[in-house]
Write a protein that binds this ligand. Structure first.
Ligand code: MN
Length: 193
């Protein structure tokens, strides 16, 4: 198998009460795992077999794109959390957020709104262009800003499987609570600080 599922950098119960161990068991243990396993099967013996995952995402479509992107998106999602991470951004990223959105709270509100109003399954993204300009983007299903030439730096999964066990239909509550476990140190590193 070419792509292996990375182990989480925290214990399954480390993100409670925001994300329960049961959600980790299903979302990370079954959903993420299945995307990676399907991806491996789909690329075997094809021109995609030797490509990096990011290259597969920008060069594929259909079922392969869906599984490659979902594999990448989930790995990216689970690695931005920590029970004791940096609670607020600082430095260059913080300056950008304040300049473009007014304040960190205003940014969070807009980001949550983008997640809450995305119809159906998908992801809400914070991405940056090569100049460091920030974009809040809604992505349907497996969509990822890499296909627009942008660098993803933060994402909230708004597929029902991400929140239904813990929040039932209350997607907005889930989005609001996720900030409590975001490690801004990770987000800043992604931004290029
Ligand atoms: Mn998911």
């Amino acid at each position: 198998m070419k792509f292996t599922q990375p182990r989480l950098p925290y214990a399954p119960d480390a993100l409670t009460p925001v994300i329960s161990p049961t959600t980790i068991e299903y979302h990370y243990g079954k959903h993420e795992r299945a995307y990676i396993e399907t991806l491996n099967k789909l690329i075997e013996g094809t021109e995609f077999a030797d490509m990096a995952l990011e290259e597969i995402i920008v060069k594929s479509d259909g079922k392969l794109f869906n599984n490659a992107s979902q594999a990448w998106n989930h790995i990216f999602y689970f690695f931005q959390f920590s029970p004791d991470g940096m609670k607020e951004p600082s430095g260059r990223l913080r300056e950008r957020i304040d300049a473009q959105f007014g304040s960190l709270d205003e940014f969070k509100k807009k980001f949550e709104e983008a997640g809450a109003t995305l119809f159906g399954s998908g992801w809400v993204w914070l991405a940056a262009d090569s100049e460091g300009k920030l974009f809040i983007m809604q992505g349907k299903n497996a969509e990822n800003p890499l296909t627009n030439g942008l660098k993803p730096i933060l994402t909230f999964d708004v597929w029902e499987h991400a929140y239904y066990l813990d929040y039932q239909n209350l997607r907005a509550d889930y989005l609001h609570k996720l900030w409590d476990i975001i490690d801004w140190d990770v987000v800043e590193m992604r931004y290029g600080e």
